[in-house]
Ligand binder design. Structure first.
Ligand code: SAM
Length: 244
């Protein structure tokens, strides 16, 4: 999908084109969730609408909510260019939405719950707006990403901190009304075509690469260099659950 003509001061925007070039994440969503032609789907924390727009051809109506008004402008511009008519972007926080009870057949939460402060309140809202029998899918951070140890070289607590967030996300899902049916790792990657893109990536993820030992950093990059660019692994955790 081409980049829309929207100027956005959002850093997250810059590296998303490099994420998951093979569509491993989308494949995992499509293989694990049955989207009926009339199904109502919610993507929580939709960002640029990456997942919502890709799911739309497989579903009835797709809603994407986000707390960030600016990033929703990018999502809306992409929607305009896509020609899709069944996607709706709305500014809202998952803690409290205005959707009716039992509204959605599917709720997707890719890379969102670790950002949410009160995860239990978020999951209570998920339980309220998901239909009985409906499916919930979360993909979230682990401590095993390629780049997390780089943070740990400079800020020793970084890897444990991220692993703790994974546990918090799983704990909130387990403590909700949902029954977990699948919980497994999902390995994807960023393909960064140039060293400039790698630096942009490090900046996006607050990795102070200038402070790292140069030999170590060069070895890290050499090990990830391919003919197409630098391949940096992103280890997610996929959780699928159902409302009884
Ligand atoms: C890492 S991005 C993921 C975007 C998108 N799901 C994707 O996979 O491309 C996280 C998004 O969640 C949004 N977000 C954070 N807290 C939220 C909340 N409480 N309710 C709704 N969205 C939230 C952020 O604004 C951001 O756009």
């Amino acid at each position: 999908m081409p980049k829309p003509d929207v100027s956005l001061p959002h850093r997250y925007d810059k590296i998303m084109d490099a994420y998951d070039p093979e569509g491993i994440e989308l494949d995992a969503i499509l293989k694990n969730v049955e989207f009926g032609a009339n199904s109502r789907v919610l993507e929580v924390g939709t960002g640029e609408g990456r997942t919502a727009l890709n799911i739309a051809p497989h579903a009835g109506d797709v809603y994407g909510i986000d707390i960030d008004e600016e990033i929703l402008k990018v999502a809306s511009a992409k929607l305009g260019e896509s020609g899709l008519e069944n996607v709706h972007f709305i500014e809202a926080a998952i803690r409290e939405t205005s959707f009716e009870d039992d509204f959605f057949d599917v709720i997707l939460c890719p890379w969102v719950l670790h950002h949410v402060d009160d995860k239990n309140a978020a999951m209570r809202e998920v339980c309220r707006i998901l239909k009985p029998g409906g499916v919930f899918l979360s993909i979230d951070v682990t401590g095993e990403n390629d780049y997390i140890p780089l943070k740990g070289m400079v800020k020793p607590k970084a890897p444990e901190f991220v692993a703790k967030r994974k546990e918090e996300v799983l704990f909130a899902i387990k403590g909700s009304c949902l029954e977990i049916v699948e919980s497994k790792s999902l390995k994807t990657y960023y393909l960064l075509k140039t060293i400039e893109e790698v630096h942009m990536f490090f900046e996006e993820f607050d990795i102070p690469y200038q402070e790292l030992d140069e030999d170590y950093l060069n070895r890290f990059l050499l090990e990830r260099k391919t003919d197409d660019g630098y391949r940096i692994g992103e280890a997610g955790h996929l959780t699928i659950a159902r409302k009884e």
